[in-house]
Design a protein around this ligand. Structure first.
Ligand SMILES: C[S@@+](CC[C@H](N)C(=O)[O-])C[C@H]1O[C@@H](n2cnc3c(N)ncnc32)[C@H](O)[C@@H]1O
Length: 237
């Protein structure tokens, strides 16, 4: 297989947060693939690249979010076969992904299946600006300073998964995939005395975007594309 597979991070939403390296790669790739919920649905990643350069042509690969593990794996295998077809013909294939391709990304799922077919496939990734970085910039929030640490956690399965991170008062905690559980996350932050200063960002750089102090958000749930930054904690006096 002579072609090269490139995982390209396209940033969180605003087209001008697509890096020059990513844009050049997309303009030179033989084919650009984008994950999509269905063949007729434009993904957020696709919307970013076509706003950055309307001449770019994107091919959709269906990556439905299915709970059933077998069905999901079958979809990933079908997508990988389509990519391998291009690579086998000696073409370079870029696969676009929101934010950074090495953080919670469908690129990794695709690559696992491509490597099943060809373990020697040539691969590279191009980093992308992550949602929490855009949120911190928007909210003028210093993410870490001095000896503070940073933890990135997922609340995809509910807020229980973030509890141990919240107990570490010296760490800033970035919560991904928590939109569905926003109310429960607020409750938990309150219990841990960490709601004060927490920032919420939804659909950053996309239609319907909003940034607000989390304590002022009334809804108990928000879009899947929601991120929370919890600054380092203070012990109760
Ligand atoms: C599958 S992960 C993708 C992460 C991405 N690879 C990154 O580096 O930021 C999806 C999660 O990223 C966050 N996210 C990505 N884009 C976002 C956006 N435009 N606004 C708010 N959160 C976003 C949300 O927490 C969302 O649930």
């Amino acid at each position: 297989m002579a072609g090269r597979l490139i995982g390209v991070g396209v940033g969180p939403g605003a087209p001008d947060l697509l890096t020059l390296r990513a844009l050049r790669c997309l303009q030179h790739a033989d084919v650009i693939f984008a994950p999509s919920m269905a063949p007729d649905v434009q993904s957020r990643a696709e919307s970013i690249v076509v706003r950055a350069d309307p001449d770019l042509k994107v091919r959709r690969l269906v990556f439905a979010i299915i709970r059933d593990e077998d069905a999901r794996r079958a979809a990933h295998r079908a997508a990988a076969a389509e990519v391998v077809d291009q690579l086998s013909a000696g073409r370079s294939a870029a696969f676009i992904t929101l934010g950074d391709p090495n953080i919670y990304s469908t690129f990794h799922h695709l690559l696992r299946e491509v490597r099943r077919i060809d373990p020697e496939v040539a691969v590279e990734t191009i980093p992308g600006i992550m949602a929490f970085q855009a949120l911190a910039a928007e909210a003028s929030l210093v993410v870490t300073d001095d000896v503070e640490s940073l933890r990135i956690v997922t609340a995809a399965d509910g807020p229980a998964g973030i509890e141990s991170a919240l107990q570490d008062l010296a760490s800033t905690v970035v919560i991904y995939k928590g939109g569905r559980h926003l109310g429960a996350i607020v409750d938990l932050l309150r219990v841990h005395n960490r709601l004060d200063g927490a920032i919420f960002g939804e659909l950053m750089g996309l239609e319907g975007a909003r940034v607000a102090p989390l304590g002022l958000v009334d809804e108990r749930s928000a879009a899947y594309l929601s991120t929370v930054i919890v600054p380092p904690g203070r012990s109760t006096p």
